[in-house]
Write a protein that binds this ligand. Sequence first.
Ligand code: FAD
Length: 400
Amino acid sequence: MKASPCSPRMPKEPLERHYDILVIGGAIMGSALAYWLTRITENGLTVLVCERDPTYACSATMAAAGGIRQTFSSPENIAMSRFSAGFLRHAADTLAVDGEAVDPGFIPRPYLFLAGDAGDADRLRAVHAARAEAGAPSHWLETAELDATYPWLFCDDLLGGLLGGPDEGTFDSHALLRGFKRKAIAGGAQFCDQDVVALERSGCRISSVRLASGIRVNCGALVVAAGGSSGKVLAQLGISLPIASLPVASFLFSAATPPPVSGNAVMPIIVDRSQGLNVKPEGGAFLCAMRGATTSTSFDTLVWPALAHRIPAFEASRFAGIWESAIDASSHDGNPFIGPFSTHPDVFVIAGFNGHGLQHAPAACLALAERIVHGTWRSFDLSRFSPERIDQGLRATEHF
Ligand SMILES: Cc1cc2nc3c(=O)[nH]c(=O)nc-3n(C[C@H](O)[C@H](O)[C@H](O)COP(=O)(O)OP(=O)(O)OC[C@H]3O[C@@H](n4cnc5c(N)ncnc54)[C@H](O)[C@@H]3O)c2cc1C
């Protein structure tokens, strides 16, 4: 059984009535940010993280498939995923507390993005070049090479595919969350099990937040890391950002004659763009998700036909379960909102990762912690992900 990320049990109420930085949301973003804030400042700041659900049952973090890849059209996302891959490989040591390690258990397995039309093929070729430049090489396969390499894949309607590299694979999201949280607490951050129900201002500055217990806590700066609820939280300050929780489902199934998951031509994590389908080996079974498939009946009507089309061996597959959850979606341009607001200089946001947040948390939270503490972007320039881009009419489009 996996260790609960919420142990050791958090206090119900904060110990102080003033903190330098108060973070709303204590899942992967809130916990990783608290870790980096304490690490950068060496306990020079008081940090409180408020998390309304210590079981994390409804968080995207606990539902995540734990995939990491470098196939992105935004250079920032390639760079962040490269950093995170290195971080994950050493996380057991980096996040150990009193010699007790929490290993996110990175398992290498490349992603294979399949192009079903000319536009996607062009975009994936561009990513291939961008990856090479960023030091995260990939391999572009024309249809014939795809066919020869993966004989179990139906390729007749494909225009090629982009195969990723050794820094791609899967890891345990629960373990990473637990590791960040424990290390942040060991570094001096405080967590409390509380819903933040109101934000109070004095002019354009944030003065305090009110907790569900009725207690008021003052803060110097506020960070909204509330996943799909971040839009609602910010609306209390009159800030409008298109972030919401979007229902999604993951389907588990077994196959009578599965593609090889080890040895030669090992099955990569497949992203079939033309069908909006992704599928990966999971233990002795397979895990998949598909655009528009959100209920268990979708498996027979949508998912299974798409699986059997792309991998004919999946014709003989058996549905084993569904996991319904919600993704932290931002509808603007596919990229998250990270950074401060010029109208509220002491309010920051880090949310709306559209299904990429788990892998980007180690890097994105380091970048934001530096932005908060030093006032400038240092390890990563994430200025293109500024929440101000909405009002500026700018887009930082992520295609993948
Ligand atoms: C099915 C699925 C598969 C995914 N697969 C991957 C993957 O393979 N790779 C990848 O990188 N990413 C993946 N993701 C995306 C990733 O899980 C998210 O981007 C990431 O976990 C977002 O983290 P978060 O901390 O911003 O939000 P969340 O994990 O949703 O956490 C937000 C937290 O804020 C708390 N909160 C909200 N409002 C308040 C309030 N007012 N007061 C106090 N607390 C509050 C909530 O209780 C919650 O715990 C997947 C997501 C889903 C749903």
